[in-house]
Design a protein around this ligand. Sequence first.
Ligand code: FAD
Length: 385
Amino acid sequence: MDFELPGEDDPRRLEVRRWLAEHPRPSGPQLAEAGFVAPHWPRPWGVDADPVHQLIIDDELRRADVRRPVNPIGIGWAGPTILAAGSEAQKERYLGPMLSGQEVWCQLFSEPGAGSDLANLATRAVRDGEVYVVNGQKIWTSFAHVARFGILIARTDADAPKHQGVSYFICPMDLPGIEVRRIIEMTGAHLFNEVFFDDVRIPAENLVGEENRGWALAKVTLANERVSLSSGGVLWGDGPTAFDLVDLVRGAGGVADPLLRQRLARVYIEAEILRLIRLRTVTAAVRGHPPGPEASVRKALADEHGQHVMGLAKDLAGTAGMLTTAGPMGEPDGVWNYGFLFSPALTVGGGTAEVQRNIVAERVLGLPHDFDVEAGKTWAEARRG
Ligand SMILES: Cc1cc2nc3c(=O)[nH]c(=O)nc-3n(C[C@H](O)[C@H](O)[C@H](O)COP(=O)(O)OP(=O)(O)OC[C@H]3O[C@@H](n4cnc5c(N)ncnc54)[C@H](O)[C@@H]3O)c2cc1C
């Protein structure tokens, strides 16, 4: 790490402390009103925080044991897009309850025939006076069963090339014609759903940005990662870390099996590499440098690392691992079994492992495009003419 966080007497730190003294157990709406949920957003939603200011606020909230509202798709995806391209009325209506966690959001992007190749989407939205009439199907929609709103991409010009003719909407999830069918995961949990649209009438004022310009918006939030020092758990920032697993093994007196010991050393090394990559990213942000390739490299490594950690935890448990109640060293299990069953999803959601590698190959290593967008062909097809 090539920077130091400002000390105890930094005025920005003192300001957060003063606020926390007045709000010792802050609610979601109070945190949102103070601008501490997404401090890097512009005022009045955030506090225009630069990277160091963000790290200070994180630091102070952590010390005070204050947790931010949980609304990952709203705050991580929908919000930044509305900030970038939404109307003033949309910002006014949606951003406050999103930040406070009072209105949960979902993301209606993937379809049965459009995942990695998202531009292949077939859901149609046809303008009819003051509404768009939407027909089609989405899938893998996390939180659709609890969401108040969804960000929806749908085709508004069927004749345009596939990256054009797509529009971006705010979709109220209680509109007539929307059917949410749950999908139960192999973890036993219910996270995602299928969502069917049958002549759903979305008000035209819910279009974000311009009609047929939604593809650029669908990508807008990718550059919006909040600066965070914490590398978090191995399940996309949640759950335990490799260091937690090593501590568990150490606490139980170690492990004799040489192969398990090697695998423990391996996940420890991976975790340390990921921690250093994270610090590099933060250092660059603090110095005002644009985000480098580290984020793509990090995701490619981190997703597989999560699978290595969870697979090892299961193998450490031995035959007891067949019970959902037994953790890696025989202790009662809270998270490891769920993490093991969830971990295959890590290399699928948010861009598969292969797609991450394509990004690294093209943008970091400068290798030719996998897919020639203009010609609508793969690179190999384009070369053959
Ligand atoms: C936990 C979880 C939560 C999710 N939540 C949401 C959500 O809230 N909203 C939403 O819209 N979607 C969500 N998704 C869906 C997710 O975005 C898609 O699963 C993902 O984009 C992959 O698409 P797909 O499943 O259709 O697989 P496909 O794209 O069909 O891929 C199948 C296989 O082909 C490979 N492949 C595809 N293209 C290439 C290529 N060009 N080069 C090399 N290999 C390739 C892939 O890597 C993969 O192995 C979620 C997924 C998961 C796992």
